[in-house]
Design a protein around this ligand. Structure first.
Ligand code: GLC
Ligand code: CA
Length: 562
């Protein structure tokens, strides 16, 4: 096997910050840039190499900043450009790099380009967006937006519809237009010149649309699925190669593409090892609720993924990308429920053990690991008692469509779905300490703090040598110290075991064996029997020879004599 090309971003651990929910510094209930700057020592202590900031640009906040009205200005709620410069400088001084979110599939409808575009059919910015005539007085096709309802919005001023794959305040940019590409690439260069260290690219797999705009396959709610016609479209690789040629290749960046609908074959192109497109992609198969089986409607489900399904998916990605493309590793982000609630066990008895087990299982795989704020504390899902407790437009729109209008789901079931998979579970404020509002704000938080903050918070974790915080710190240190964790090849083990997710990594004469019990029962496991080696990390101090204890995770390094 050819030796893996080395790169700093392959050796790094990334920490994602959702600025709105991280740390408020002025009592308005909204996290901000000075708040993040204040917490750099905490991140330094954790040991992460890179911060990825969810969008901080000027935005009317229809989708919490994923609807940008000016790419070169900072959202007022978050501070000023001077605050950004201070954050960048402080992070760099602490040896932490900073990666920006790049949202260029769409803008806000309040972006100057769109304000121009909608003025007239002949406006110079008209073709910055995707405008179509209606069909028999209705939308141009049957596509449903990812946030419910039609993906087309009628605009009376010019008697045409514009495309919005997400909310109607997020019109899709027309990447077919070279002027759009020029403008995006200029803006990216501007940020690179400021000294940022990379981009996480929002729904980048969707920038090239099927230009015949055909109807999509019919869904249960009567709309058509747009995914086959907007994900991994005909020119997406051409566009990314152009972006790489004109911007990315001039800097030493971490790039990760959020790639809805990505297959392994597509990922091999996006994250190709010759570096002509992106460094890596986020795939979604392993976090898909019940992996597509048995959801109630769209993503809404009350079920949880089963380990054997998750394992089959992750192992497949590990094996198939080996030597061809680089994996990203994540369980949590701002769009997912909390992983300890989804994949682990968030009851007081098992929360810490299962959070550590999941972290071990993920961080010992091959790829770049991502930690989402609060994951290192084992933060859990919250409880929504009614729609009024929710802020996310995905939740609000889905409720209106499926509960109120179509009456396909009862309010009770929808709430159970929300408590299982809603995005706001990940967006409750960071739990810093046991004081009011978890030390997140002196004011009223924009989204309620999870009531469990009195026990689950950073201050408590920092005082407890056995906390998930120190466990993540150790996982990060191990990755920095042992090249086998970064570059070793991956070998699945015990693939038929219903409870234990096990695998090995190999580099030179070293072997790393990893076994994780995903259940609350003691289960037989003889993987380590008779082996002489060093236990690099485990969530139990004592091990049993022929079994794994509930949620036990263990990592053993052995060396063959040469
Ligand atoms: C991505 C973001 C998500 C956002 C959507 C539209 O999936 O992660 O938060 O709502 O794109 O921008
Ligand atoms: Ca604030």
């Amino acid at each position: 096997m050819a030796e893996e090309q080395k790169a700093w971003w392959k050796e790094a651990v990334i920490y994602q910050i959702y600025p709105r929910s991280f740390q408020d510094s002025n009592g308005d209930g909204i996290g901000d840039l000075p708040g993040i700057t204040r917490r750099i020592p905490y991140l330094k202590k954790l040991g992460v190499d890179v911060i990825w900031l969810s969008p901080i640009y000027q935005s009317p906040n229809d989708d919490n900043g994923y609807d940008i009205s000016d790419y070169r200005a900072i959202m007022k709620d978050f501070g000023t450009m001077a605050d950004f410069d201070t954050l960048l400088k402080t992070a760099h001084e602490a040896g932490i790099k900073l990666v920006m979110d790049l949202v260029v599939n769409h803008t806000s409808d309040e972006h100057a380009w769109f304000i121009e575009s909608r003025k007239s059919r002949t406006n110079p910015y008209r073709d910055f967006y995707i405008w179509k005539d209606g069909r028999d007085g209705k939308e141009p096709n049957n596509w449903e937006s990812y946030f419910s309802g039609p993906a087309w919005q009628y605009d009376a001023a010019t008697d045409q519809y514009y495309l919005h794959c997400f909310s109607k305040k997020q019109p899709d940019l027309n990447w077919e237009n070279t002027k759009v590409r020029d403008a995006v690439f200029d803006m990216m260069t501007w940020w690179c010149e400021k000294g940022i260290d990379g981009f996480r690219m929002d729904v980048i797999s969707m920038i090239s649309k099927d230009q015949s705009f055909p109807d999509g396959p019919l869904k249960a709610d009567g709309y058509g699925d747009l995914s086959p016609h907007v994900c991994n479209g005909p020119r997406v690789h051409e566009y990314l190669q152009e972006m790489n040629d004109r911007v990315l290749s001039h800097y030493d960046l971490l790039t990760v593409g959020e790639a809805a609908g990505v297959t392994i074959d597509e990922a091999k192109k996006y994250a190709r090892s010759d570096g002509k497109e992106l460094g890596m992609v986020f795939q979604f198969e392993h976090v898909g609720p019940e992996n597509g089986k048995g959801s109630i409607i769209d993503k809404w489900t009350t079920g949880k993924p089963q380990m054997p399904d998750v394992r089959a998916i992750l192992n497949k990605w590990q094996l198939e990308l080996e030597g061809k493309a680089w994996n990203s590793l994540y369980l949590d982000n701002h769009d997912q429920p909390r992983c300890v609630s989804m994949f682990g066990n968030d009851s007081p008895e098992w929360r810490v053990l299962s959070a550590k087990m999941l972290a071990t299982c993920l961080h010992m795989q091959k790829g770049t690991p991502y930690i989402y704020q609060g994951e290192e504390l084992g933060m859990t899902n919250t409880t929504f008692h009614s729609l009024a407790d929710c802020q996310d437009l995905e939740e609000i729109n889905a409720w209106h469509q499926y509960v109120d209008e179509q009456k396909k789901v009862t309010p009770e079931t929808m709430l159970t779905c929300f408590n299982t998979v809603a995005r706001d579970n990940a967006r409750t404020p960071m739990q810093w300490d046991a004081s009011d509002n978890a030390g997140f704000t002196d004011g009223t938080p924009w989204l309620a703090v999870n009531p469990n903050y009195k026990t689950i918070n950073a201050e408590a974790a920092l005082k407890d040598p056995d906390s998930t915080f120190y466990y993540y710190q150790k996982l990060i240190r191990l990755r920095h110290a042992y090249p086998i964790i970064v570059y070793g090849t991956f070998e699945p083990l015990l693939e038929e075991d219903p409870c234990v997710y096990a695998f090995a990594r190999h580099l030179d004469n070293e072997t790393l064996r990893v076994a994780c019990n995903w259940t609350d029962k003691e289960v037989p496991c003889t993987l380590f029997e008779g082996l002489e080696g060093e236990t690099l990390i485990s969530n139990y101090e004592q091990h049993k020879a022929d079994c794994l204890q509930p949620y036990e995770a263990r990592v053993l390094l052995t060396r063959d004599a040469r």
